[in-house]
Design a protein. Sequence first.
Lengths: 438, 295
Amino acid sequence: MGSLLPLIEKEIKDLLRDPRIYIGLLAPILTMPILGLVISTVMQSSIETISREGIKVAVIDLDRTSTSREFMGFIRSLGLNVSEFPPLEIEDAIKELKGSDTRILIVVPNGFESNITSFRKAQVNVFFIVKSTGLTSIGIFSVVENVLNAYSKALVESFISSKSPEVNPEDVLNPLTTVSYTVVKDRVLKVSPGVLFNQFFMSSGIMVPIVLMLVSTSVAQIAATATAVENEEKTLETLLTLPIGRYSILMGKLIGSAVVAMLGTIIFIVGLIVYFQSIFSLPIVAEEGLTISLELPTASFESYVMLFISLLIAIFFATSLGVIIGALSSDVRISGSLVGFVQIPIMVPMFMVIYGDVRSLPLALQIFIYALPPSYPMLIAQSMFFTELPFEVLLGIPYSAAFTVFLVYLTSKLLVPEKLLSLQHKLLMRRMKGRTMP
Amino acid sequence: MNSFSKIIHYSSKVSFNSYSDVGNNFKIVLDSPILVKLLPLKELNLLNMSVNNGVAVDVRNLVKLFGSSKALDDLSFQVREGEVFGLIGPNGAGKTTALRILATLLLPTRGSVKIFGYDVISQATDVRRIIGYLAEDAGAYRNLSGLEYLSIMARVYFRSKNDALEAVNRAVDISGLGDKIHDKIKTYSKGMKRRLQIARVFMLKPKLAILDEPTAGLDVVHASYIRKLIKDYASKYGITVIMSSHNMFEVEYVCDRVALINKGRIVAEGTPDQLKTFWNASNLEEVFIKVVDIG
């Protein structure tokens, strides 16, 4: 312990004072809110523009009947800014619209009225003129589609009313009302599972993987770079000639990098929360989110503790991988090109957990997935609000911790300069050979 | 043939053996056409000693293979306690490999190395307690100040806080960096960094300082300063020094004795004056060229 503390102090000071590290750590807390603000401002201004000016729609009425005129009146009443075009050729009309700010052309063909009155399918042709794929365009197109659907529904209601005035058209259109309840732990929520899952996916389903992926990758990067710098500057060589155990040197690096990574994680989570708050501060979404989150049961204290422990083990695991990569690299450039491989044991279990059921996998693959610590924060986040923590989490965390300790042990064995220098030499030779190959 | 005519040479495995007198104080042992050892007579008995007894470094028949390439080829030499010993030779001669083995960083393929009687393989931890090592072009932690770096290294090395504090004060003095010791290392010039590293080695008062190219890449002023530091503090603290260098003039100034190494073998050994006299050369550079030519 005597020699470990100065080594941890060295690691933390050296990392936190490195602009490459502290700028990387501080970036999320600055960029995330700015990003959130920009996105919400753009969305807000798009909505305001649409509601202020109305959506401009050009209509060519080839039917020229009272029904087609009623149709135009209907869509106008729902807020569309309708301008009627003379019966041009479609190509000419589109050409004309390309130069204007109108993006929708609706053509009402001949026979529109006769089809409707004889209960046959009527048709309108809608041309969406795409000028950009921005949020405003997407919003405009979906509003127009909704207006047309509303017209269709209004037609059906009017038919039903004309045929059977005593019947409520709504009852005919939707003869079955479904009231969905979702049971979560000991609570019954008056909400459909789809809505709940969407809300959950936005929080645990997106938050946890993003945090886990970025933190694990950045911690591996930090550890790999720090170790590679030690190789490059030969400071590791110096440390290895001191009368201290290799395990102390390794633990100093692991704990130091992990502390810096935890700090980065906290900053990142704060940034992410601000980001989500900025985006979802739009009235409708915020209201829905609030209703649901108030109804959701909270996760137990134990599950938060388990989440924290599993994150800690995952960070240690990623740090060890980073140290291995850094130790094998004689300079920072080599470590930079190798650190991508660290993504494999981080991403594989994460996606397996997100998109599949680990229990349905072959046993060998399960043993592999459960050995990798990054699996557990995902497994815990998926279940902590809904059920008790599954037994594979309770058993698996010690298993993955043991696997991590084994990895740390292997890493400490690697910190024998004889092996290290030989491996670095081999790696360098292989790279040089690769470069000189015709 | 006088009374010094019979010399038992521990490392001789080559059939060719000859000797001759040069002056009254030393002998030359030729155990191959290219190996020349100039040994003061009073030290001849050391050759057969198995424990340190005045011998700081005892390297015997050292071989180091990297794959199929031979970095060290039956290397043997001794360094006496309190001596400043220079290993000189061209790039790739095996100097750094030899020093890394001494510093317990690399394992020998064959042969033995003892530092003050401790074996570098089986007693590596004991060896690490008595050595200070400076790697070629060794850097330090860029974002720490010079003082923080020294303090951390001292606290890692010494168990007692007082010892560590004393060592740091010593190092500050040795480095001669003044107030700059509080600045971050990334602001230091190459020469200042090397002064810091020399201070880091000598603050430990190791029994053996292993310095790999301590002045490589430095300007004349800093190189001269470093040489003086090595000479002064080795003498002041009674530290045995083994250093490598390309610079023959430097070696002549700093080292009590030198070994010329080429292709992993010692090709000549002795004090700078002995070597110059024997090879009829005005400086060690000339000696080296003549020795290598013969080889």
